[in-house]
Design a protein around this ligand. Sequence first.
Ligand code: 5GP
Ligand code: ZN
Length: 113
Amino acid sequence: MSASCLFCKIVAGEIPTTKVLESPNCLAFRDIGPKAPTHVLVIPKKHYTSLNDLDDPALAGELLTMARDIAKSEGRADAGYRIVVNTNADGGQTVFHLHVHVLGGRAMKWPPG
Ligand code: 5GP
Ligand code: ZN
């Protein structure tokens, strides 16, 4: 836990959020500023500043699998969805606790801006 980290505070229950799914190592909750009809963030409960710091392949698999399960449970699997991991400045990361975006419910542009 990083005392100043927003998502660590969400894991600790210090900041309210709309939980979607939880496992022993991961938590999924709705993005406060949704960029698509479905916009869920999947995070490891343990603090990693970005994908650059993730040293646990099993946890990477858990995050990706939970993201896929949420796309399915939100009814987005057949039409399609996008999984995004913004990393550092050029990647557009604004919250420095590793998170996986699950976006669905509208057609996504490619390439992203
Ligand atoms: P990033 O730009 O770092 O990839 O994504 C951070 C995301 O966190 C943004 O989509 C933003 O809307 C979301 N976010 C920022 N603060 C909060 C918060 O307090 N609660 C929730 N649920 N989402 C947040
Ligand atoms: Zn954190």
